[in-house]
Each structure stands twice: as C-alpha cells, then as structure tokens.
Design a binder for this molecule. Sequence first.
Ligand code: SF4
Length: 367
Amino acid sequence: MEQTFYQKLTQTSLQDELLSDAVCQQLLSAVEVELLPLLDAAYQVRKNYFQNEVQLHILNNAQNGHCPEDCHYCAQARTATAEIDTYSLKPDAEILAEARAAYESGAYRYCIVMSGRGPTPKRVRHLAQLIHAVKIEYPIEVCLSVGLLDTEAARALKAAGLDRLNHNLNTSEAHYPNICSTHTYQDRMETLRAAQTAGLACCSGVIVGMGEENADLIQVAKTLRRLEVESIPVNFFLPISGTQIAEPSVLTPDYCLRVLCLYRFLNPRAEIRIAAGREHHLRSLEAMALYPANSLFLEGYLNATGTAASRTLQMIRDAGFTVEINGEVAEEMSSSVGALSKRASTPSEVVIKELEVLRPRMASGNS
Ligand code: SF4
C-alpha cells in the first residue's frame, strides 16, 4: 500500500473527518495494508492528544455474580456455569480500603463494578454515599459500572461526585440479540443518554471476538464517536469456561492491533483502553497496542487475572511510554506497585480470580 494511504488515515482522523466504511474494512482485513505503517499512522493521532502517556485503571469487582441477566459473554450471568466466587455488595469499609490501595498504587482511576441489571433507588442512595466518601478521602477519579440507569439515578450519582459512568455497548445493534436476550441495545443506549443528560462523562466500549463481523465493530466505533464518548475500553473476548458464546471468533494479535487502530482513527480524542484479553490475545505483541491505545487495566479484569502489575509497568517503560500517576506523569513507579504483582499471574491462559484476589482485605482480615 502506498505511503499516502497511511498518511491520509492520520490526516483524516486529525481533521475530525470520518473514515468511510470501505476504508475501515480495508484497514481491518486487507493484506496489502501493512501492520507497522498502520500502527505508526494511529500513533501519530494518539501522540497528538495524549503524547506518550499511559493511564492505569484498577477495577474493583464490588459485587460478583447473582445477576439475573443472560449476557452470553459474562461469567456472572444467571445462565453461565463458570466457577466463580460470588458475593453481594462488599461492605463500604472494604471498598474504601481498596480505593486507598488503588490510589496509593498509582491508579489514575478507580472503577467500581457491580453485577446486576441495574440498581434500585435504595442502592443508588447507598452508592452515592459511598462515592462521596471515596472522593472526600482520595483525589482519584471514580468510575462506576452498575447496569441500566435512568436520568434521575444518574443525576444523584453525579451530585455525589461520580466522575464517569461505564456502560459498554459491547457490540452492534444488529448483533446484540445474539449475545443477550434479557435487555436490548436500545436499553444500553438509553443508559448512556441518561448519563450524558446528567452531565456524567461516559466510558463505553466493545467486546471483540463474539462472532461478529467487521461491520459490527465499525458500527460500534462510529456510534461511540457520535455519542462523543470520552473513554472506550476495547475488550477481546476471554473464553472463560462456562460462558455462553457459542462460537468465539479466532483472534490474532495482528487483528486485535488493527481493531485498536480503527478505534483510534474513528475516536481520535477518546481514551482508548486495551481492556480484557490483552495478554491472552495480543501475546508477544502486547506492547505494540500502546501505539494506538493510551490506557490499560492493571491487575486483571473482573473474573480473570492479568499479567503481574510490575511486568505491565516494565512493558510500558520498555516501549518508551510514561505512566500517568494520580494525574501526573511519573518518572518512577510508586514502590507499592510492586506489591500488586503478587496478586496477579502470568498471562496467556485464562485464569479465574480467586476470592483472595477479589477481596484481599477480607482475606487478610484487614478491612
Ligand atoms: S454483563 Fe452485567 S448485566 Fe450482563 S450478565 Fe454480566 S453482570 Fe449481568
């Protein structure tokens, strides 16, 4: 492919113009589109908005399992048979202690994630108090993932200090009925609109590898662009035993990197996060994902472990990127980060998190 093709991609993205579906298809799958110049073209866009900085996110799986929904990709769905440790909402003291640990370990953002269709008004009031307490104690950005929400609930959470709501679209409108029957794509869109009406920043992303076509991934990326979503986690489906995706797609590192480039070109100002499946699907090319993406999760995902934090931080440094810690670029990592690495595993096999990893304070009797 001519050099001008890659230059045009960068230029179009930086000028806030939309790539056509045909060009999107081409960069995802045409053999004549080479990976290295494509990554460089996406990197020029990333560098323009985020320089070489990487934001770290740490998830707190605040409530695990017991979900009435049937999202086929999820180990916590009522229809899943995955062997996970389930528990209802952690006590406030435990969540606060884990927020402190995330802050001290250098996380830029603390993501509280709860299973379930959506919170009751009583649960919304409780979460509002909890978020207020975290924000008073620690200067850390707080993101909440809590299922479907209406505008009234979103306003209450915003008033309590919530910075961002996570609610993934996951896949396209056309493919949605193949991955869930208990709620719809429209339900998810309405939650994002409610969050935006309440003035919350939105984090919404995609799961790649659930049997969708390229066109589905392109549609999601363009919808997130229209919604001007600030943060986009790009997950690569982790085949946890007992989840219900009948025919997961075969994902190669090359394809995963192309998807990250696509999301960068279509959403140039958004925080693009390499989310679940980073280690499993990108394998030896993991560091290359930092060229299109500017954010990642430390310490694994909701129910699966990830690479040891120290190795991830080493990878970031080795590739010439810097870490944003508590809103500032760090030259040296906090020494407490080293402690996190004891709680993660190495990588390419999917390993279910044990209770002592999901609830370290409880396991040590230290809340
Ligand atoms: S993704 Fe959320 S709503 Fe869907 S089954 Fe899992 S926990 Fe429930």
